[in-house]
Design a protein around this ligand. Structure first.
Ligand SMILES: NC(=O)c1ccc[n+]([C@@H]2O[C@H](COP(=O)([O-])OP(=O)(O)OC[C@H]3O[C@@H](n4cnc5c(N)ncnc54)[C@H](O)[C@@H]3O)[C@@H](O)[C@H]2O)c1
Length: 308
């Protein structure tokens, strides 16, 4: 797809890191940056343009408004707000709902084949909101979901087992955050179920690894305030699968008709968004945990959507 245009809405830490990774990969011809903080947006445009010049990227960076963003091939939403001292996490969730609603409303109507990628937290709730408000088909609205958690777990597992990460398949699925589920029953190394191929001395503690993966974002946020590079790299990888029509498989948040909300299961990703979903054979406990967290998410969506 030559001449692709990608917009990033919210160019704070994560949005800027995503822009940096996208420019380095040269997959778009134009990168449009949107932020309510206009002086920050313009500063990011200048700084990131220098990246494009220095690495001979074909991507050109410019400032844009919501309407221009809504006409791009891919729109990445990384707009959000920091946690204020003394505020509950629910108050912050409501603020992020209002931010994403403002942005999606202002970009609607989108170009009919735009792919909308939500990164802002809580990602499954906000992807569900964006799907409803954008009026785009379900195959074109995605959330970064548990993709970062999955590549992180694969990396940790690779270090522990001394196997290259690309020979390992393991997915973190479901509602991202506290209730996300590692699909250990479907995990493989070199195509062989993980239970069958690890020698005794390489046995792993599954609960410990899943927790380490889940808690790592918080550890990073406590140390440096955000997780820009990991998520920036994930955004670039998702956009590259779309623009280059790669048909690669990623765990991404998308609409699940039986639960009427969005959460992560693996999908085949291409130029039109979700090409199709991939059925993972989960065990009964994993299935139940995912269903329970999806039901809880739907209850929360119904509660907050009274104000949408
Ligand atoms: N899904 C994940 O796994 C994951 C990982 C990392 C970060 N996040 C989320 O991504 C979001 C961004 O994180 P960050 O660290 O970059 O935050 P940040 O505060 O550095 O940046 C947020 C940016 O959004 C802008 N913004 C606010 N309201 C806006 C609006 N209505 N329109 C356009 N721009 C607007 C702000 O001005 C700011 O520049 C947060 O919600 C964060 O929780 C999610």
């Amino acid at each position: 797809m030559s001449g692709s245009r990608i917009a990033i809405v919210g160019v704070g830490q994560v949005g800027a890191a995503a822009a940096y990774a996208l420019i380095r990969s040269s997959i778009a011809t134009e990168l449009l940056l949107v932020d309510i903080n206009v002086s920050l947006r313009d500063g990011q445009v200048r700084d990131l343009s220098d990246v494009a010049y220095s690495c001979n990227s074909r991507t050109r960076v410019r400032a844009a408004n919501y309407h221009e963003a809504g006409q791009c091939d891919i729109v990445v939403i990384t707009a959000g707000s920091r946690h204020n001292l003394g505020e509950t996490s629910l108050e912050q969730v409501y603020r992020n709902i209002s931010i994403v609603k403002t942005a999606v409303d202002a970009m609607t109507p989108f170009k009919s084949d735009t792919i909308l990628l939500v990164v802002s937290s809580p990602v499954d709730l906000l992807t569900s909101l964006a799907l409803k408000l954008s009026q785009l088909p379900t195959s074109q609205v995605l959330g970064s979901g548990t993709y970062l958690d999955s590549v992180r777990l694969r990396g940790i597992l690779a270090d522990k087992t001394e196997v290259a990460a690309k020979s390992i398949d393991v997915f973190v699925l479901g509602v991202q955050g506290e209730s996300q589920v590692t699909a250990w029953s479907a995990a493989t190394i070199g195509g062989v179920p993980i239970d069958k191929c690890l020698s005794n001395e390489k046995t792993i503690n599954r609960a410990e690894l899943s927790n380490e993966c889940k808690n790592r974002s918080q550890t990073i946020v406590r140390a440096k305030g955000a997780t820009p590079f990991g998520m920036g790299s994930i955004v670039s990888s998702i956009c590259s699968s779309i623009v280059l029509d790669k048909h690669t498989v990623h765990p991404l948040s998308h609409f699940q008709p039986s639960f009427e909300c969005c959460f992560s299961l693996p999908v085949v990703l291409g130029k039109k968004g979700i090409v199709h979903t991939v059925k993972v054979p989960l065990d009964k406990d994993e299935d139940i945990q995912i269903a329970d967290s999806a039901i809880a998410l739907k209850v929360m969506i119904d509660q907050v959507s009274k104000n949408w």
